[in-house]
Design a protein around this ligand. Structure first.
Ligand code: ATP
Ligand code: MG
Length: 633
C-alpha cells in the first residue's frame, strides 16, 4: 500500500486514492460492483471539504435514489472535520429532487407541488380521457405501457411532433402523448419527467442563469452514471461545461434501466465529450466473498457488449453460493421464510436479509408467508401489486360476483372483461330496480350492446351460481374456459403489451388459489392480503427489517445474505428477452444478464438462489445464468 498519511486516514487503496485526490478536471471511475465507487464519492467529498477547503455549497452530488442520498448524507456525517453547516449546505439528492428545487426557485408559480401528477393513476386518467375523446379504442388498452413509452420519449427530449412512430401502437401512443401534453398544459399540471425537461429548458434559455449555476456548482459528482438518460446527461454537461470538474462513477455491467431511457453509452463514451478526462479503474472487490465475486464474473463474461474489467476479491472465504430446488413458488416462499426465521433465532438480524425478485408480482407468495410469520419486513412497493393486475382483478371479479351479485366494483371489472363500456353501470342500476334483480342479472336486460354480447351474457349468467360449489382453482379454470375470460386475455394481450401477460397472471393466480378449497375462503384471503399491504404501506420503514425488493431497486445496496427468487428461464431471464433472442435480438437478454449480475453482487457473505421446479403451474427450467455461473470461461 502507500505511505501517504492522508491516504491512510481514509482507509482506501491506491486506485481509490487516485480518484479521491484528483479533484480538478473530468474524472471517470469505471469499475465493477463492490469495488468502492460509492465510497470513493463520499470520501472524495469529505476530502474536498476538509482538506481542500472547498465551500460545501459549491458541490453537487447526484444519486440514483432518495434512499442512496440519505445513505450518503449519513456517511458524510461520519467523517471527522465535517461540520453540521457543511451537511446542511451540501446539495445531495436525486436528479428530480435537485432540479425540482431549482425550478421552484426560479419559476415557483409554474411548479406548485399541488400541480404535480404524483401517481401513475393520475397520469392514466389523462390519457384514458384522451383516448375516449379520440375514439382510439373502446376496449382496454395497455395504458400503463403507453405511459412508460411517453416517459421514454420525454427522457430522450422528444416532443410529440418529433416522435417517429414505427408501429401502429406507437402511432396511437404518439397521439395520446400529444393530447397528454395539451391537457397538462391547459390545467397547468406537470409530471416527474417535466421537472427534468423544464430544468433543461430553463438553463438552455437563460444564458446568465446557466452561468450562475456553472459557477455555483463548480464540482459535480454523479453516482450510478451508467443509468443516466439523455435529458439528465444534457443538464449535467451544461452545468459542467465551464469548470469541467465533473466526477462520474459507474459500471456498464450494471446498466439496467434501458426501458426508461437510460443509456450506458454516456459512460462508455465519456472521453468523447470530455476529452481531458482522467480514467481510474478499481480492481478490488471489498464487498463479497471470493466465490460470490467469481460467480458474478462468470455470468457477466458471457455478455458480448461490455468493457472487460479485472476484479479481485478481498475476502478469502470460500463458502459457495447455494442453490435450492423448491417444488413451486409456494414452497419457495415457505423455505426462505423458514430459513430466515431459523437464522434470526440463532442471532442474525432481520436487516441482514434481502429477498430479490425480477418483477413486483413475483413477491406475492413471499409477502403472504411473511405476513403469516411474525418477522419484521419491509416492502417498498405495495404487496397487493399482484392482486391489482388487470387480469387478476377481472378473474377475481367473476368469483366475487358468484357470491355477491351486487358488488359494483366487480361489475365494473366484468364490463371491462367483456369490452362493454363502463357507463353501462348506470343502465344496470336502473334495470336492477326496474326488474327487482341483482346488478349481475340485470346484465341480461342490457339493450345498448351488440347482439353477440347479449347472447354471451345469456349463456354466462346462470354459470355464476355454479362457481360457488367449486374449489378456488376449479372456479378459476371455469371462469377462464367457460365464462369467457380467455377471450379477454387473448384480445387484451396483443396491444403492444410485452410485460403484462394476462395468461401468466392467471396462472400465478391459480397457484395462489391452490391452498384454498372454497372460493369464499380464497376471496377472504385476498382481501386480507390487500388490507395488510395497505396497512404496512403507511408504516415507516423499520430500520431492522427483512427487505423485499426487485433487483432494479437493489442497485447500489449490499446485504449480508441475499435470496434470489425464481432463477428459472422465463423469469430471470424474463420471457420477453427470450422471445427477442429467438428473433435474433441479443440486447434484452444481455440486460437480463446484467440484472443477474446486479442481484448476485448484492451479497456480502451468503447467496441463496432458488430454482423452483414448477412455475405458474408448469415445469420450469433452471436459468441459463445458473449454468454460466458455475462454468469458468
Ligand atoms: P456498486 O457497484 O454495487 O454500487 P460500489 O463500487 O459503489 O458498488 P461500495 O458500495 O462503495 O461499492 O463499496 C462496497 C463495500 O466495500 C462497502 O461496504 C465499502 O465500505 C467497502 N469498501 C470499499 N472500499 C474499501 C476499502 N478500501 N477498504 C475496506 N472496505 C472498503
Ligand atoms: Mg455504488
Amino acid at each position: 500500500q502507500t505511505s501517504s498519511s492522508e491516504h491512510k486516514k481514509y482507509d482506501v487503496d491506491d486506485s481509490q486514492w487516485e480518484a479521491i485526490s484528483t479533484t480538478e478536471g473530468p474524472l471517470l471511475v469505471l469499475a465493477g460492483a463492490g469495488s468502492g465507487k460509492t465510497r470513493v464519492l463520499t470520501t472524495r467529498t469529505a476530502y474536498m471539504l476538509t482538506e481542500k477547503k472547498i465551500a460545501s455549497n459549491r458541490l453537487l452530488l447526484v444519486t440514483f435514489t432518495t434512499k442512496a442520498a440519505k445513505e450518503m448524507k449519513k456517511r458524510m456525517a461520519s467523517f471527522s472535520g465535517i461540520t453540521e453547516r457543511d451537511l446542511q449546505t451540501l446539495v445531495v439528492g436525486t436528479f428530480h429532487s435537485i432540479f425540482y428545487k431549482m425550478l421552484m426557485h426560479h419559476q415557483g408559480a409554474l411548479w406548485q407541488p399541488n400541480k404535480l401528477l404524483k401517481s401513475d393513476w393520475q397520469r392514466e386518467q389523462i390519457i384514458k380521457e384522451a383516448s375516449r375523446e379520440l375514439g382510439i379504442d373502446e376496449k382496454e388498452f395497455a395504458f400503463d405501457q403507453a405511459l412508460s413509452q411517453i416517459s421514454y420519449w420525454k427522457n430522450h427530449i422528444l416532443k410529440p411532433s418529433k416522435v417517429r412512430a414505427e408501429t401502429d401502437w406507437d402511432e396511437k401512443v404518439k397521439i395520446l402523448y400529444e393530447r397528454y401534453e395539451q391537457t397538462k398544459q391547459a390545467t397547468q399540471h406537470f409530471d416527474f419527467d417535466d421537472m427534468l425537461l423544464g430544468c433543461y429548458e430553463l438553463l438552455i434559455d437563460n444564458a446568465s442563469l446557466l452561468e450562475k449555476y456553472q459557477q455555483r456548482f463548480s464540482y459535480i459528482l454523479v453516482d450510478e452514471f451508467q443509468d443516466i438518460n439523455k435529458v439528465q446527461y444534457e443538464i449535467i454537461s451544461l452545468l459542467a461545461k465551464k469548470t469541467q470538474n465533473l466526477c462520474v462513477v459507474g459500471d456498464d455491467d450494471q446498466s439496467i434501466y434501458s426501458f426508461r431511457g437510460s443509456d450506458p453509452s454516456y459512460i462508455l463514451n465519456f472521453e468523447t465529450d470530455f476529452p481531458k478526462a482522467k480514467i481510474v479503474t478499481l480492481n478490488c472487490n471489498y464487498r463479497s466473498h471470493h466465490s460470490i465475486v467469481s460467480s458474478a464474473t462468470n455470468v457477466i463474461t458471457n455478455n458480448k457488449k461490455r468493457k472487460t474489467k479485472k476484479v479481485v476479491a478481498m475476502t478469502e472465504n470460500m463458502k459457495r453460493p447455494l442453490q435450492f430446488y423448491p417444488f413451486d413458488e409456494e414452497e419457495e416462499a415457505t423455505m426462505i421464510v423458514t430459513d430466515i426465521k431459523e437464522k434470526i433465532e440463532n442471532g442474525a438480524r432481520p436487516r441482514d436479509f434481502v429477498i430479490l425478485y425480477r418483477t413486483n408480482s413475483s413477491a406475492r407468495a413471499i409477502f403472504e408467508r411473511l405476513v403469516a410469520s411474525s418477522l419484521p419486513f419491509y416492502l417498498e412497493q405495495d404487496g397487493e401489486a399482484f392482486y391489482r393486475r388487470r387480469t387478476v382483478r377481472k378473474a377475481l371479479a367473476y368469483l366475487k360476483l358468484s357470491l355477491y351479485p351486487d358488488d359494483q366494483e366487480a361489475i365494473k371489472e366484468l364490463l371491462g372483461a367483456m369490452f362493454i363500456k363502463q357507463s353501462s353501470l348506470r343502465d344496470l342500476k336502473a334495470l336492477s330496480i326496474l326488474h327487482d334483480c341483482s346488478l349481475l342479472e340485470a346484465m341480461t336486460k342490457l339493450t345498448d350492446i351488440q347482439v353477440f354480447q347479449q347472447k354471451k351474457i345469456k349463456k354466462m349468467i346462470p354459470l355464476f351460481k355454479q362457481l360457488r360449489n367449486f374449489s378456488a382453482v376449479e372456479a378459476l379454470e371455469w371462469v377462464e374456459k367457460e365464462m369467457g375470460l380467455s377471450d379477454y386475455i387473448k384480445k387484451n394481450g396483443n396491444e403492444g403489451n410485452v410485460i403484462d401477460k394476462g395468461s401468466d397472471d392467471l396462472r400465478d393466480l391459480k397457484v395462489a388459489a391452490a391452498s384454498h378449497d372454497r372460493v369464499s375462503d380464497f376471496l377472504i384471503h385476498v382481501d386480507h392480503m390487500i388490507a395488510k399491504s395497505k396497512e404496512l404501506k403507511g408504516r415507516p420503514e423499520n430500520e431492522d427489517s427483512i427487505q423485499l425488493m426487485t433487483v432494479h431497486r437493489a442497485k447500489g445496496l449490499e446485504f449480508k445474505t441475499v435470496y434470489i427468487l425464481s432463477a428459472v428461464e422465463g423469469s430471470l431471464p424474463h420471457d420477453y428477452s427470450l422471445e427477442a433472442y429467438r428473433e435474433g435480438d441479443l440486447t434484452p437478454l444481455e440486460e437480463e444478464r446484467r440484472l443477474m449480475y446486479v442481484a448476485v453482487t448484492r451479497a456480502m457473505e451468503n447467496l441463496y438462489i432458488s430454482i423452483p421446479q414448477k412455475r405458474r403451474g408448469k415445469r420450469a427450467h433452471p436459468s441459463r445464468f445458473i449454468r454460466e455461473m458455475n462454468t469458468m470461461i
